[in-house]
Design a protein around this ligand. Sequence first.
Ligand SMILES: [Zn+2]
Length: 163
Amino acid sequence: MEILDASAIICGYKPKKKAFTIPEVTSEIKDIRSKQFLNSLLKKRILEIKDVDEKTIKDTKKILRKIADISKLSFTDIKLISLAISIHKKGENVVVVTDDYMVQNALKILKIPFISLLSQGIKQVYRWVKICTGCKKIYPEEYKGKDCEICGSPIVKKRISKN
Ligand SMILES: [Zn+2]
């Protein structure tokens, strides 16, 4: 199973396996092209939206607090990691598709596999995106701002490599 974060959807990543995301991720998708892409994945049932219960989120926070600085993780990040943990616990294979460095770091410590779209040149990705030169946050191509809304670093346009 794969778990997609917002950057995976903005990049146009097509999951190879059954994929899941959380409601908060879908509400982060604001540009029209990414929204259309998201809807097509949902319609084809390649992607399914899954919610995570309060208790699982609480438990995840507890685990994360011991291993990482969770002040840098958003609620969406923590919930996404919660979903990964709950699937992982059931003994299912799960891979999280994310370009968020803080999320990747937490997953690394939790020993949950992840793939990064920008650094690994995933083949199913075809899109131009904008990326922050500081924190590497991914924005849709249509994003109008010149600086990152998170860290203020300049944003550059990049085509995701097809190795
Ligand atoms: Zn940034």
